[in-house]
Write a protein that binds this ligand. Structure first.
Ligand code: AMP
Length: 291
C-alpha cells in the first residue's frame, strides 16, 4: 500500500486557486471537489473515494459556513476536529484541503445571495429560513474558486442536492454533480456529524427515522399509492418514540421537492426530527413495484 501523504492545506482563495491552476497546467487531469463542514464520518469519506476514483486532483473544503446556521442553531457547538479530518482525508488520497475563514469567504461589504426558488422553499427550507440560500451561495463561490469538473454531494441531504443541481443548471455552471448514497450505521441511522450530540437513549430512538422510511418503502412497493397514507404511517411510527420530536414527514418529487399526492413513479420520502440537541434528517427513494 502507498504510504499516506498528508494533503496540502490552503486557507486563502488566492492560495487554493494557484495550487489548483498549477496542478491543471502540469497534469491536465480532472478536478473533483467535495464541500464539507468537517468532522468526517464514513459519509464524507465515501464522497472523497468517489472523487478520487473519477479525478486526478481531489479538493475537499472544510468550512462551517456561519451563514447557513440560524440564530438559534448550533454554529458555536458544531463539532470540529481538524487534525483528525486531515489524517482521514490523507488516507483517502485527498490532494488539497481548503479551509477558509468566514472573513476570507465574506469580506467586509459582502452582499450577494443566491436563491434557487421553489426547490429550496419547502421541507428544511421552511424550518430553516435562509439556509438553502446560504448553501447555494457558498457552493457557488466554491465552484468559482476551485472550478471543479465534478462536485460530489451526499443523498443524505436530498434537498441540498436538488438545490445545487437547480442552481448549477440555472447559472450555467460547467460542473457535473455526483451524488453518493446515504452512509448508515449498522442499525440504519444515517451518519451525521450531529449524531455526536445524541445521548444513549436518544441514539437508540433515533433509528426510528430509518425504520419509518423503510416501512414506507415496503408499503409503496406493495402497491400503496396514497402519499397521505404514507405520511400518516411514518408519523405514527415516529410518534411511538417519545424522545423523537418530528418536524416533518413528507412525500415529494425527488427533483422539484414539491409535494406528491398520488405515487405512480419514484418519489422521495423525507423526514426531519429533533432528538435531544440534534436536528436529524433522513430520506429514502420509494418505488412502486414494476408490473
Ligand atoms: P456536511 O459536512 O454535513 O455539510 O456534509 C458534507 C457532504 O457530505 C454533503 O454533501 C452531505 O450530503 C454528505 N453527507 C453527510 N452525511 C452523509 C451520509 N450519511 N451519507 C452520505 N453523504 C453524507
Amino acid at each position: 500500500m502507498d504510504p499516506v501523504v498528508s494533503p496540502a492545506v490552503a486557507s486563502t482563495i488566492a492560495d487554493v486557486r494557484s495550487r489548483v491552476a498549477g496542478f491543471r497546467k502540469k497534469r491536465s487531469a480532472r478536478v473533483g471537489f467535495v464541500p464539507t463542514m468537517g468532522f468526517f464520518h464514513e459519509g464524507h469519506l465515501s464522497l472523497m473515494r468517489a472523487a478520487r476514483s473519477a479525478s486526478g486532483l481531489v479538493v475537499v473544503s472544510i468550512f462551517v459556513n456561519p451563514r447557513q446556521f440560524g440564530a438559534d442553531e448550533d454554529l458555536e457547538s458544531y463539532p470540529r476536529d481538524f487534525d483528525r479530518d486531515l489524517a482521514l482525508a490523507g488516507a483517502e488520497g485527498v490532494d488539497l484541503v481548503f479551509t477558509p475563514s468566514p472573513e476570507e469567504m465574506y469580506p467586509e461589504g459582502y452582499e450577494t445571495t443566491i436563491d434557487a426558488g421553489s426547490v429550496a422553499a419547502g421541507l428544511c427550507g421552511q424550518d430553516r429560513p435562509g439556509h438553502f440560500q446560504a448553501v447555494a451561495t457558498v457552493v457557488a463561490k466554491f465552484f468559482n474558486i476551485i472550478r471543479p469538473d465534478t462536485a460530489w454531494f451526499g443523498q443524505k441531504d436530498a434537498q441540498q442536492v436538488a438545490v445545487i443541481k437547480r442552481m448549477a443548471q440555472d447559472l450555467d455552471y460547467d460542473v457535473e454533480i455526483g451524488v453518493c448514497p446515504i452512509a448508515r450505521e449498522d442499525d440504519g441511522l444515517a451518519m451525521s456529524s450531529r449524531n455526536s450530540y445524541l445521548k444513549s437513549e436518544e441514539r437508540e430512538q433515533a433509528t426510528v427515522l430509518y425504520r419509518a422510511l423503510t416501512e414506507a418503502g415496503r408499503k409503496v412497493a406493495a402497491g400503496e399509492t396514497s402519499a397521505s397514507r404514507i405520511r400518516r404511517l411514518m408519523r405514527k411510527t415516529i410518534a411511538a418514540n417519545y424522545l423523537v420530536e418530528l418536524e416533518y414527514a413528507r412525500v415529494v418529487d425527488p427533483v422539484t421537492m414539491q409535494p406528491v399526492q398520488e405515487i405512480h413513479g419514484e418519489v422521495l420520502a423525507a423526514v426531519a426530527a429533533r432528538v435531544g440537541r440534534a436536528r436529524l434528517i433522513d430520506n429514502m427513494i420509494l418505488k412502486p413495484e414494476e408490473n
